[in-house]
Write a protein that binds this ligand. Structure first.
Ligand code: SDX
Length: 382
């Protein structure tokens, strides 16, 4: 290998350190995995801070003071509106197009109307302003498209509601109960950031060419869509629906494992002893199931979780409980991954800004395994 290439190949970049970051740590105390956002443990954050505080932490480096949170909250609320041109596009894009594809388009269109569209990628303050606007706008974009596809009138953002409640209200027209709002807010906090996962890596590679923040977020949305990554929460719900009833669960999972089926919502490239987010969300699933008086899906999920965890040694990841939680909230499964994306945009943006602040172009090498050097034969001799 020429140049600085290290002739070691790690398929899927498994275990490769490709960046340094001050944003999240998923190593855990003994290296078996654990999640911290800028040094705060996810177990502490999930039960005590809002999505707004979490987004501020990731973008600005620490949890906000009361006055910082008030100003941040006002900036987010002032940025919730999306351009009429984008709403018009929602009415033209066929209803059959998946919301993740429409969200990818939405971020592109939002870039064209962003007041800092001409700011250089090196402008940290402009990048933070763009990030804050995208956090507010993506929630509106997801909700508006859903209402258009359902043939329902748009519900404008309500400045009296926080980020979590406002999104649920824009989708359903109902202001959520305190219990539902808290559970949804926790799910957003848990989805906000996760070190160098595939979609974050995609965003950082894009930023490393000194491209702009919106282009990096478009790349991240396209990456998150895949069922091995963010798309898994939608697939995890389909597993539960296929099983259908608690009495089917044991038999179904035994057959699925015997068929060596990949059970969506389980396993993780880094967490081998369990995803701390799944344990947190499972508690909220149980409390919301009680609130709505229907624990059927909890009784379907439990035997599946027990079997995959004990027989395959693959504990559930965050997408396994989030699928049930969003079902309990009356959210359509096509919204599950867009919700993941509208939460994760704060983490993606923090990584893009970190990359642009201390950049080095990311350009790994590939080991060549194609045909050896050879001469070209003239066309009539081929
Ligand atoms: C997210 O990276 C992140 O941080 C991502 C994320 C984030 O917050 O950004 O945490 C969010 O993407 C969570 C993961 C969501 N994806 C899924 O739930 C899809 C199902 N899970 C798998 O596809 C898999 O577990 C991955 C993709 C999550 C991890 O895959 P790896 O590390 O590449 O592991 P692998 O595919 O090489 O599997 C190793 C073995 C294989 O068995 P063998 O072929 O060696 O016999 O474990 C098996 C796999 O078949 N396996 C599974 C399985 N996951 C792995 N078998 C059954 N069901 C599964 N879910």
């Amino acid at each position: 290998m020429s140049g600085s290439a290290v002739d070691e190949y790690y398929p899927g970049l498994e275990g490769v350190i490709a960046n340094e970051t001050a944003i999240a740590n998923i190593e855990g105390k003994d290296g078996s995995g654990g999640l911290e956002y800028r040094g705060y443990r996810i177990e502490d954050l999930a039960d005590s801070v809002s999505y707004e505080e979490t987004a501020f932490l990731l973008l600005h480096g620490d949890l906000p003071t009361a006055s910082q949170l008030k100003d941040f909250d006002q900036r987010l609320k002032a940025s919730r509106a999306i351009p009429e041109a984008l709403v018009g596009l929602y009415k033209q894009i066929p209803a059959s197009i998946h919301p993740m594809d429409v969200l990818r388009t939405s971020v592109s269109v939002l870039a064209h109307y962003d007041p800092d569209v001409s700011a250089p990628p090196s402008d940290h303050a402009a990048n933070v302003r763009k990030a804050e606007r995208l956090i507010a706008q993506m929630a509106t974009a997801v909700a508006y498209r859903e209402r258009v596809v359902k043939g329902l009138p748009l519900i404008a953002p309500d400045a009296k509601l926080d980020h979590a409640a406002n999104f649920l209200h824009m989708v359903s027209g109902k202001v959520p109960s305190a219990v539902v709002r808290q559970a949804f807010d926790v799910s957003l906090v848990l989805y906000t950031e996760h070190e160098l996962n595939a979609s974050t890596f995609s965003a950082r590679v894009t930023a490393s060419t000194l491209s702009d923040l919106h282009s990096a977020i478009v790349a991240a949305v396209g990456t998150l869509k895949g069922p091995l990554h963010g798309g898994a929460n939608e697939e995890a719900w389909k597993v539960l629906e296929r099983v259908g009833a608690p009495e089917n669960a044991e038999r179904w999972i035994e057959d699925a494992l015997a068929r060596k089926e990949r059970i969506m919502g389980f396993g993780h490239r880094v967490y081998k002893k369990g995803d701390p987010r799944a344990a947190i969300l499972k508690r909220y699933c149980a409390s919301i199931a009680r609130e709505i008086g229907d624990d059927r899906w909890e009784r379907i999920a439990e035997p599946i979780e027990r079997a995959v965890t004990t027989q395959k040694l693959l504990p559930p990841n965050v997408d396994w409980p989030s699928a049930r939680l969003y079902h309990y909230m009356g959210l359509g499964i096509e919204l599950y991954t867009p919700i993941f994306a509208m939460a994760r945009v704060a983490g993606w943006a923090a990584h893009v800004i970190e990359q642009l602040d201390h950049n080095r172009l990311m350009r790994p090498r590939a080991r060549y395994i194609g045909p050896p050097a050879r001469e070209i034969k003239p066309l009539q001799e081929r």
